[in-house]
Design a binder for this molecule. Structure first.
Ligand SMILES: Nc1ncnc2c1ncn2[C@@H]1O[C@H](COP(=O)(O)OP(=O)(O)OP(=O)(O)O)[C@@H](O)[C@H]1O
Ligand SMILES: [Mg+2]
Length: 516
């Protein structure tokens, strides 16, 4: 194998944080090389150094035998290196075309060949089967579509190496499949791809080799073949053997006889979801599943009043809520955890301790005075509980790794002692080890009377968390699956397929063909 990118003794310190500690490995020309590691292991830091966004504290990188002397983005771009960031980095007010080809806008000012850039942009969006125009503004796109535009920018700019940091975290199944097909095409053209993901099945499917990082150190590089199991990889990543399966279905008592805490009756909206009714019991985890376009995302926003309905009524403990909306609901102990990281609601430039304390300032103060000691111990408790990798409670969230930001959001939500939590994709971007911890945490909270509604695209996650899963298809509820032997991926999928019947969408490859 031709060594293309050589990483030697690479270190990176951020103040006292040692994000990378003497990492050594090589990436071959034209391979798909996956990076795997827990939240905060140093994956993003490593590829930011390759893309010239960060400067190493020690060590070196060689590309094609030549040592990289200057670490800056312009240099990396000239060397044909392009990167998709973990957090979306798009120009919201600009068009799709300008986002895919930002340089043509800037470099040839006054002389942009719009027709040519638009034509090429159209060709690229068509590759993904996206029904959008190159002249459309970015802020009119869904999150998944914005993510794809960023991937396309990278694909068009990366002549040598493409670095993808959790590219699939906002994509649906169909889009993931298309991305995988595009990566295969890139590989056929000899382009090297570095791929970061917490989805190990994806890594198994796409990569030639996998490098594991743990706590800033290099653990090893492994050929991706049949001998390499998902459990092996997870064990190497967390540094201990994990026994059993990651997900096990719930076997505890059912919800029979428990009080209904929230009820949605007949929520409908023209050209959108129709006749959505369900109830949530005290101590229940109620799941929602649907393929892309089934309406689950709209339902999650509608019941929280983030999106208006034409009709429908929400009841809390039997009483109608006149104007559902975030303010009214938060004050009644109902929290909503967003699936959009960018607007996640963290105060990125305020210390973590403030982020955790602000919602509960009254309790953490002595009369009119803020009690810093109480605030600190409150923050430390939750940071400990969620194993957030952070040097101190005074660190600002903008310096945390993506997964640790997600965990911080989760801990802020839980530190408010909510009665009901509505969570959209609870473990997106969270490593598999921490995923189990978050599941355990949710299940321990429901024993104290918390009720949870979970919207998730991961069926195993729903099966291990939920008492019941409501399945949607074509903007309606198409079925419900209850805890026990009947709660299987096949049963959920058959309902999600709606009128296509099990044979349609569950094709030979288990994919959701035919459903958009
Ligand atoms: N600009 C920064 N300032 C201070 N610390 C930082 C900065 N960027 C990253 N870190 C720290 O470096 C460590 C590695 O972070 P990195 O983002 O590389 O992790 P990661 O493996 O990508 O994790 P995740 O899976 O959560 O995205 C973390 O402890 C993080 O808090
Ligand atoms: Mg990262």
């Amino acid at each position: 194998m031709e060594e293309f990118l050589e990483i030697r003794d690479l270190s990176k310190n951020y103040g006292i944080v040692r994000a990378l500690k003497g990492v050594n490995f090589t990436i071959a020309k034209g391979e798909v090389h996956a990076l795997l590691g827990e939240n905060g292991a140093g994956k993003s830091t490593l590829i930011k150094i390759i893309s010239g966004e960060e400067f190493p504290s020690g060590g070196s990188i060689r590309i094609n035998g030549t040592a990289v002397r200057e670490f800056n983005p312009a240099h990396a771009m000239a060397a044909g290196i392009a990167m998709v960031h973990q957090e979306l980095a798009i120009f919201e007010n600009m068009t799709v075309s300008d986002n895919i080809f930002p340089n043509s806008t800037f470099l040839n000012a006054g002389f942009i060949n719009r027709r040519k850039t638009d034509k090429e942009a159209k060709r690229l969006v068509d590759l993904f089967g996206m029904n959008i125009s190159p002249r459309q503004k970015m802020d009119s796109l869904t999150m998944g579509q914005q993510q794809i535009v960023e991937i396309l920018r990278c694909v068009s700019a990366g002549k040598e190496i493409i670095l993808l940091d959790e590219p699939t975290s906002g994509l649906n199944q169909e889009e993931v499949k298309k991305l995988i097909a595009i990566i295969r095409q890139l590989k056929d053209r000899g382009i090297t791809v570095v791929y970061i993901s917490h989805r190990i099945d994806e890594i198994k499917e796409i990569s030639d080799r996998v490098t594991v990082l743990r706590d800033g150190t290099y653990v090893g590089t492994y050929d991706n073949n049949e001998a390499l199991s998902q459990m092996d990889l997870i064990g190497r990543m967390v540094g201990r053997e994990l026994s059993g399966t990651l997900y096990s279905a719930r076997t505890d008592d059912g919800i029979a006889g428990k009080e209904v805490v929230l009820e949605a009756r007949n929520f409908s909206k023209k050209n959108s979801v129709q006749d959505i009714s369900f109830s949530l019991h005290k101590g229940e985890v109620l799941g929602f599943f649907g393929l892309e376009g089934s309406g689950t995302n709209t339902v999650s926003r509608m019941i929280y009043g983030l999106e208006a309905a034409d009709s429908g009524q929400l009841f809390l403990k039997g009483k109608p809520v006149q104007k559902p909306g975030p303010d009214a609901l938060v004050s009644r102990g109902i929290m909503y955890l967003n699936n959009n990281r960018k607007n996640a609601g963290l105060l990125l430039k305020s210390p973590a301790v403030d982020n955790l304390s602000i919602p509960r300032l009254q309790e953490l103060s002595d009369g009119p005075f803020i009690n810093r000691v109480k605030m600190t111990s409150h923050a430390e408790k939750y940071i400990g509980e969620f194993n957030i990798v952070i040097p101190s409670v005074y660190q600002q969230p903008r310096y945390l790794s993506g997964g640790n930001q997600q965990k911080l959001m989760f801990s802020i939500c839980m530190s408010n002692n909510p009665e009901i939590v509505i969570i959209n994709e609870p473990t997106r971007g969270i490593d598999v080890g921490a995923k189990g911890e978050i599941h355990k945490f949710i299940l321990s909270l429901i024993k104290t009377g918390l009720s949870v509604i979970v919207f998730s695209s991961e069926m195993p996650e729903l099966i291990s968390l939920c008492d019941r899963v409501i399945v949607m298809s074509k903007n309606r509820i198409s079925g419900e699956v209850s805890k026990g032997s009947g709660m299987t991926q096949e049963a959920i999928m058959a309902n999600a397929a709606g009128s296509f019947g099990a044979a349609g969408p569950l094709g030979a490859d288990g994919s959701s063909g035919g459903i958009k």
